[in-house]
Design a protein around this ligand. Structure first.
Ligand SMILES: [Zn+2]
Length: 268
């Protein structure tokens, strides 16, 4: 009598496609960020040719339900099949939206360890992509990205302390010339500056505070004042480069889309 085990059932995951890499003639390595397992890598055998199993499904930014089987290596799964949950098609209809979605995918790829689930980070990414695919102007796109970068810090276990000075505890209301520090939050004008502190407009600290505290419906409508977008993306980009240890080039591309002097028309 055969003692062969029945073939294993693929494990279903809800996952965002982060990156695709061709392997050899016909296979594709797919980096995913899943609700159940966090970041995982799956090999789509015949992914380049298979019309039936993967046709049109393996694209960065797609939200899929995938079926995974354990591979020969612990850190590599075999992608058995996929079903589209959300295409985020609007991202591909405007290159500016796509450039703002780039850092969402790159951050999950670079800042999340494999097999370390952060379901809140997946929800945040999906909410951000849904907003980006409808956004009509760079101002709203950059706002959505600033909110994502700020809230992802909390989701991944890095706090951003904005209520008072990190060094002396002086409350934000008494900080006229705030700096934001790579140590993780606000520094006041009285405390000695540290390397890579950034002087920022006071409004940025308040806006980041709102980005961290608002619940989903209000958060989806939050837009930063145009003058705060460049310093906001600049600081949060530096902070993420610092904590992830990666260059994150996609952040520079998104920053390049912002007008250089958004506050030029404002009288001082
Ligand atoms: Zn201080």
């Amino acid at each position: 009598m055969s003692r062969a085990l029945p073939p294993p059932e693929p494990r279903p995951l809800s996952a965002l496609v982060l990156r695709l890499r061709p392997v050899g003639e016909s296979d594709i390595m797919v980096d995913l960020f899943s609700r159940e397992l966090g970041r995982v890598t799956g090999l789509a055998k015949g992914g380049k040719r298979s019309q039936k199993r993967f046709f049109g499904l393996l694209l960065a930014g797609h939200h899929l339900e995938v079926g995974l089987l354990p591979g020969r290596r612990d850190d590599l799964w075999l992608l058995q099949g996929a079903r589209l949950l959300a295409s985020h098609l609007g991202l591909r209809q405007d290159y500016r939206r796509l450039l703002h979605a780039g850092p969402v995918l790159e951050l999950l790829l670079r800042a999340a360890a494999p097999h370390d689930p952060h379901p809140g980070a997946l929800d945040l990414a999906l909410m951000t992509l849904a907003r980006l695919e409808r956004a009509e102007n760079v101002h709203e796109m950059a706002s959505a990205l600033v909110i994502f970068l700020a809230r992802l810090l909390g989701e991944m276990g890095y706090g951003l302390a904005l209520g008072s000075c990190l060094h002396c505890g002086r409350p934000l209301e008494q900080v006229a010339q705030p700096r934001l520090s790579l140590a993780g939050g606000l520094a006041c004008q009285e405390c000695p500056p540290q390397a890579q502190d950034r002087q920022v407009p006071p409004g940025l600290v308040k806006s980041l505070g709102s980005a961290l505290s608002l619940g989903p419906p209000a958060l989806g409508r939050l837009s930063l004042s145009p003058a705060l977008l460049r310093p906001g993306l600049g600081y949060l980009g530096d902070f993420w480069r610092h904590v992830s240890g990666h260059d994150l080039p996609s952040l520079g591309l998104a920053l390049d889309l912002l007008p250089p002097f958004p506050s030029r028309r404002k009288s001082l």
